[in-house]
Design a protein around this ligand. Structure first.
Ligand SMILES: *Cc1c(COP(=O)(O)O)cnc(C)c1O
Length: 479
C-alpha cells in the first residue's frame, strides 16, 4: 500500500518528524524498519531536530515575556553525551544531580558558569568538584549542607594554596504545593525528602550570609515536580520564592540574583488519544497536559509583579533573573523505542492474544514504577488502522514486565491497540520515550543494553550509544 492510499494522518504524527512513509514509521526521514535492520532491536531513536525545536519553543517562551530567563537542561532526564552536545549547541545551560553528571557536562563542553548542581546528598568529593570548577550555583538542600559547602571551599583553597573564592549557592525550598502529577514525581510536599521548609528560610539565609568569604548566596529554588499539568503550582511556587526574596532583602539587605522555578513543564503523551478513555481521569489530565512554557512564565511573572507592586519592589523584580530546569520537555518526545515482537500466544480461556517483545522495563523503568503510558504503534504498519487488542509484554522474567497495569489499578490500558494479525517479526514503536528511559536502564536478567541512534537534520542516523555485548555484562564483575 502506498502512503498516499493509507488512512488519514494518524493522531500521533508530527509533520516533518514522525510520519508514515511507505506504510512504515518514519522518523525525521529515517525508515524505522531500516534502522532496526541496521542497528538491531530494541533500539532507541532520538531526533536532533526535535530536541532543537523543543529548545526553540522554550526560547520563544522566554522571548514572549520581557524578562531575563535562563534554561538549565535537567540532564538526569537523559545525559547521553550526544544529547548533551545537542543541548549545548542549542545554546542553553545544564543542571546536574551528581558528580557523574557534572563530569559529563564539563566533558561535553559546558562552561562552569552554565552549570547548576542539585541533590539531597552530595558527597564531599562531589562538592569539591563543584567548588573547584566554580559552577553557577550549588543548590543546597538543607541548612546543614551550607556548612558542607563551606568546608569544601576551605578544602579546595587549601589544596590549591590560594585564597578561597566564594562558592555560589542557592537555597532549595520545599513549599507545600500539591500538583496533579504522579505522587512519586511530586517533590514539593513537606513529606518529600527535598529542600528546606518555608519556616526555615530566613534562618537558612542568615546562616549562609555568615561567611561571605566562603559562600555567596545567589538564588532560591523550587522544583514543583515532574509533569506538572497546571500553571497554578508554578505560579504559587514563584510567588512564594519572590516573597522570600523580598523578605531577605528587607531583613538583611542582601539581593538575590535569581529565582529558579525548576523543571516540570509537561509533555503531551496523549497526542493520540485513541486509548486515553481507558485511563482514569486524573492520569488522562496529567499525561495529556498541554501547558505552554510561555504561559508558565507569564503567569509566574504576573503574580510576582502583583506582589512587587504592592510592596513597591518592582525594581527588585526587574533585576531578578528567572531560571527554569526543563528535562522532560526537552527530550521526552524526541525519543522512541523500537522493539520487535519475538513471540506470541493465544490463551484459549480468555481469547487474549499476547505479543512478547524484546523491550522490557529494564530500558523503560517508568512503565513499571509509575505505570507510565507510552503510546504504542506498529512501525511496520504505521498507516493501518490500529483497532485490534493485544496483551503486550516485555522479555524479563518478572510478571510485572507488561505494558499494562498488572495490579489492575487502571493506570495503563489492559490492551494495546495495534493492526490486525500482528505476527512475530513485526516492529512496534513506543513513542515519547526519550526522558527517564535510556538514563535509567539496567542489565537485569543479563540483558545487554540497547543501542541508541540520533537522526540528524538530513535524515542520517548516527550511533550515539553502542549496543552492549555479552562481554560488557562481565565488565565490572571480579572473580
Ligand atoms: C527532575 C528535576 C528537573 C527536571 O524535571 P522535568 O520534569 O524533567 O522537567 C528539574 N529540576 C530538578 C531539581 C529536578 O529534580
Amino acid at each position: 500500500m502506498s502512503s498516499t492510499l493509507a488512512t488519514a494522518t494518524p493522531a500521533w504524527a508530527i509533520p516533518d518528524y514522525l510520519e508514515v512513509h511507505d506504510g512504515h514509521l518514519n522518523i525525521n526521514g529515517a525508515d524505522a524498519l531500516e534502522l532496526v535492520r541496521k542497528y538491531d532491536s530494541p533500539l532507541f531513536v532520538f531526533s536532533e531536530p526535535r530536541i532543537r525545536s523543543n529548545i526553540k519553543r522554550l526560547k520563544s517562551a522566554a522571548a514572549s515575556v520581557e524578562h531575563s530567563i535562563r534554561f538549565f537542561y535537567a540532564s538526569k532526564a537523559n545525559s547521553n553525551m550526544a544529547v548533551l552536545r545537542t543541548v549545548l549547541e542549542s545554546g542553553i545551560d545544564v543542571e546536574v544531580n551528581s558528580g557523574g553528571e557534572l563530569f559529563k557536562a564539563l566533558r561535553i563542553g559546558f562552561r562552569p558558569d552554565q552549570i547548576i548542581f542539585n541533590g539531597t546528598s552530595k558527597s564531599a568529593g562531589e562538592l569539591d568538584d563543584a567548588v573547584s570548577a566554580g559552577i553557577y550555583a550549588i543548590n543546597v538542600d538543607s541548612i546543614y549542607e551550607i556548612g558542607l559547602v563551606e568546608e569544601a571551599v576551605k578544602r579546595v583553597a587549601a589544596s590549591t594554596g590560594q585564597v578561597a573564592k566564594p562558592a555560589r549557592i542557592a537555597l532549595r525550598l520545599v513549599p507545600e504545593i500539591g500538583t496533579r502529577s504522579h505522587l512519586g514525581l511530586q517533590t514539593a510536599l513537606l513529606t518529600s525528602k527535598f529542600g528546606i521548609s518555608s519556616s526555615e528560610v530566613l534562618e537558612a539565609f542568615r546562616r549562609s550570609l555568615q561567611h561571605p568569604e566562603l559562600i555567596h548566596v545567589c538564588g532560591i529554588h523550587i522544583h514543583v515536580g515532574s509533569q506538572t499539568p497546571d500553571v497554578e503550582p508554578f505560579a504559587e511556587a514563584f510567588r512564594s520564592m519572590w516573597e522570600h526574596l523580598m523578605a531577605i532583602h528587607r531583613e538583611t539587605g542582601h539581593t538575590l540574583e535569581h529565582i529558579n522555578l525548576g523543571g516540570g513543564i509537561p509533555v503531551n503523551y496523549l497526542r493520540d488519544r485513541s486509548q486515553a478513555d481507558q485511563l482514569p481521569k486524573h492520569e488522562r489530565d496529567m499525561l495529556g497536559a498541554d501547558l505552554e512554557p510561555a504561559v508558565v512564565l507569564a503567569e509566574a511573572l504576573r503574580v510576582a509583579r502583583e506582589s512587587a507592586r504592592a510592596a513597591e519592589a518592582e525594581h527588585l523584580l526587574d533585576k531578578t533573573a528567572i531560571l527554569l530546569e526543563p528535562g522532560r520537555s526537552v527530550i521526552a518526545d524526541a525519543g522512541q523505542v523500537l522493539t520487535t515482537v519475538l513471540n506470541m500466544k493465544q490463551r484459549p480461556e480468555t481469547g487474549d492474544v499476547w505479543l512478547l517483545t524484546d523491550a522490557g522495563y529494564n530500558i523503560m523503568l517508568s512503565m513499571n514504577n509509575y505505570k507510565w503510558y507510552y503510546h504504542t504503534i506498529s512501525a511496520t504498519r504505521a498507516g493501518e488502522p490500529h483497532e485490534s487488542s493485544y496483551k503486550v509484554a516485555g522479555p524479563l522474567c518478572d510478571s510485572g514486565d507488561v505494558y499494562f497495569d498488572i495490579e489492575r489499578c487502571g493506570r495503563l490500558p489492559d490492551y494495546r491497540k495495534l493492526p490486525a494479525n500482528v505476527q512475530p517479526g513485526e516492529v512496534l514503536a513506543l513513542l515519547n520515550c526519550g526522558a527517564y528511559s535510556l538514563a535509567q536502564m539496567f542489565h537485569y536478567n543479563g540483558r545487554p543494553l540497547p543501542a541508541a541512534v540520533m537522526i540528524r537534520e538530513d535524515g542520517k542516523a548516527d550511533l550515539i550509544r553502542k549496543r552492549d555485548t555479552y562481554e560488557d555484562l562481565l565488565r565490572d564483575d571480579l572473580w
